[in-house]
Design a protein around this ligand. Sequence first.
Ligand SMILES: Nc1nc2c(ncn2[C@@H]2O[C@H](COP(=O)(O)OP(=O)(O)OP(=O)(O)O)[C@@H](O)[C@H]2O)c(=O)[nH]1
Length: 364
Amino acid sequence: MTTTAFDSDNRVAITAVTGFLGSGKTRYINQLLQQPGMANTVVIVNEIGQLGIDQANWSFVQPSTILLEGGCLCCQMQGSMSATLQRLFTDALARTIPRFNRIIVETSGLADASALRFTLHSDFFLKERFYYNGCICIVDVVNADKQSAYIEWSRQLVQADLVLLSGTDCAAGDQALGVAQHVSTLTDAPAMSIPQFFANENTLDVLSKLQISPRPGTGFSHFMTGPLAGAIVTNRRGLAQEQDLAPNRAHQPPKPQSSLRPVQTHSAIKIVTLAFTQPLRRSVFNQALEVMLAGLGTTLIRAKALLRFVDDPGLYLFNIVHAQRYPAQRLRAAQEQDPTAMVLFLDGATQLARLPQAEDFYRL
Ligand SMILES: Nc1nc2c(ncn2[C@@H]2O[C@H](COP(=O)(O)OP(=O)(O)OP(=O)(O)O)[C@@H](O)[C@H]2O)c(=O)[nH]1
């Protein structure tokens, strides 16, 4: 029988999904929502920027989505989170929204789970109705080397109860294993690839046991040998073992445990939003994009855009993560009120002669 928020003594589980910019949080949650038993899930998305790119993306895949936009959960949005959860509870009680039995919070790519934990711990109204179920941190193995230079990457991992490796389908050689080893120097949470996570028979069970997963060295291995078989476990020296990702390398010589890498501060990432007021001409957009990317070079960490084109009724989502450009995805037919914009996350330590402008995409 499914329980709801309103059965007696049943608080609603809130699970955080963190991960650096473009690591694959949205894609993972989309996959998760397709799993049996995931109906009645509310997703709260915290997006930096004012233009609702994630809202359009999410409302395409699932209607029960709430967008907290404008700031990062760890900096400015704690009050909004608290108000949102209170509102969710009272609206469901009044039956103005469908009842729900699970909440997933997708943090911005620069936030970690600590603000959410603090909110749930310190607000008495919320404490009686919700509980913190743990944190899944997504790590992009292809870009981990670059991203680990930012303090947010490490902070997210320190808060993790389960680490999921994305991009393993694009990773070279033993890249995933190397990242797992690096991750193990920051957390003893179990790590596995996203396909391994979904290969587990009961993903819901895994989700509900996040915070009771045994840590390496505790002598309790049921979690690893049971539903999470295939996890990358680490020994006390941080050496990854027993993984399906690199089955021939189970007996590697131990590497010295790495220390925290020198990091840049939160403000080292510059956020630029380009608002497009008119549909774009595809050919002009493509050329301007090439020029912009060439100019930004390695300064670009992440770009995402919601776009409309002349003579095309569709609304398109466009993703770039470092040098990787993903094909534009048609979300649905565009509506008049859809905002169209591009948000760029740039390495703030790099001095740029000129920041990109929306006008660049309208002229050759
Ligand atoms: N091939 C491949 N592509 C992936 C994987 N994970 C994410 N992507 C792609 O990477 C891009 C960014 O993924 P998102 O899910 O939007 O990343 P995000 O973490 O939600 O991004 P932000 O909210 O901006 O931090 C999208 O085009 C995804 O389809 C993966 O494991 N394999």
